[in-house]
Ligand binder design. Structure first.
Ligand code: FA5
Length: 342
């Protein structure tokens, strides 16, 4: 028996040292210290020994058991440390690796175009003024010479809120009234950018939400010549120094006289091509001299003051600049389109 115990001690110690990981160590524990393990079995066999051999064998078996348990714990601790050290080395951060750059966003094409427009008008001394998107019927229409039932309201049909008389503005022109009331009685020049809404068929050229930039200049002796000069300068700074403009008579209830400004085609220079539908001209904005009633509604005496106003669509300007065929790309969140403006 003593020999058998000695053998267990020697072999088990060798095997313990050979256990390379925690799984092998567990196998070792089961095969020596487990319920059916070699040492446990040997301890059970003590009872069958002759009485005089039992004390010595029992003492030795207990010593071995304690020694193996202690050795097991030490080996377990050592293997745990080794496993942790290996994990730390494998998962270590290499500070020499180049950083992973996050994808950068950029401004929306409408915003980029708006900022180009601000730059151009800032050079001519214009303020940028914000005006509300939710308007009342009074300011969006009536103060601009569009009383209820006026046929021109059809062109500017919009979305109405559940509050009577409160609507989403159809154009930035009601900003003219707000601007005049803010600057009265001084002369001033402002641009009023912002979103507009229209109840209309969405097509390649028309959205139901789009931006406009309104321009308004009020002062003494402001004439159509000032209007033409400012808009020609705008066209040249925005589209190139050789640009030409032509003014076609038009109608807006809030300006008199009114005009549409066309620019010579940027693609063919006026010869006629697909972009300008073989006319040589591209329509860029509506404009005119501020109507006396509108001046009065803003608090300015038309006998003393005069002014001009214009309204343009930055998406349409952007489409012309970049040859974009469909306005619906702007707000349909297609990254293939938007990323071209990075
Ligand atoms: C107006 O809205 C007038 N308030 C402009 C104006 C201001 C005239 C001051 C005189 C004095 P109009 O409906 O034509 O006009 O719109 C002006 C510009 O807004 C158009 O030339 C176009 O560039 C843009 N626009 C109009 N409707 C849409 C639409 N549905 N989608 C995209 N852009 C549009």
């Amino acid at each position: 028996m003593l020999q058998e115990l000695e053998q267990i001690r020697t072999v088990s110690v060798q095997e313990l040292e050979a256990a390379a990981d925690l799984d092998q160590l567990e196998e070792w524990r089961v095969s020596y210290l487990g319920k059916k393990g070699a040492l446990t079995q040997a301890l059970r066999g003590l009872g069958k020994l002759p009485r005089e051999e039992r004390p010595a064998a029992g003492q030795m078996a207990n010593q071995i058991k304690l020694a193996l348990e202690q050795a097991f714990e030490e080996r377990q601790e050592a293997l745990r440390r080794a496993a942790l050290a290996a994990e730390l080395t494998e998962g270590a951060i290499d500070v020499h690796l180049p950083g992973r750059a996050p994808a950068l966003g950029h401004l929306h094409p409408s915003t980029q175009t708006l900022r180009e427009i601000y730059d151009v008008f800032a050079q001519m001394g214009f303020y940028v003024l914000r005006s509300r998107e939710v308007e009342d019927d009074h300011t969006n229409f009536q103060m601009l010479n569009l009383p209820p039932g006026h046929p021109a309201r059809d062109m500017w049909s919009t979305f109405y809120t559940t509050r009577p008389g409160v609507l989403l503005r159809t154009h930035t022109s009601p900003g003219q009234i707000h601007a005049m009331r803010e600057f009265h009685p001084e002369p001033f020049r402002v641009i009023l950018p912002g979103k507009c809404y229209r109840y209309e068929q969405v097509t390649t050229r028309s959205e139901h939400m789009f931006y406009q930039v309104e321009g308004l200049v009020i002062g003494h002796n402001i004439t159509m010549a000032d209007l033409k000069g400012v808009l020609l300068q705008f066209a040249r700074l925005m589209f190139g120094p050789e640009r030409r403009l032509r003014f076609r008579p038009s109608y807006f209830p809030f300006t008199e006289p009114s005009a549409e400004a066309d620019m010579d085609c940027i693609l063919c220079g006026g010869k006629g091509c697909q972009l300008c539908k073989y006319t040589g001209w591209l329509e860029i904005l509506g404009c005119g001299m501020v109507h006396p009633n509108v001046l009065r509604n803003g608090g300015y005496d038309p006998d003393e003051f005069s002014g001009f106003a214009f309204g343009m669509g930055p998406e349409r300007i952007c489409m012309l600049k970049h040859g974009i065929r469909d306005i619906r790309y702007f707000f349909s969140n297609d990254l293939r389109f938007l990323e071209q403006f990075a």
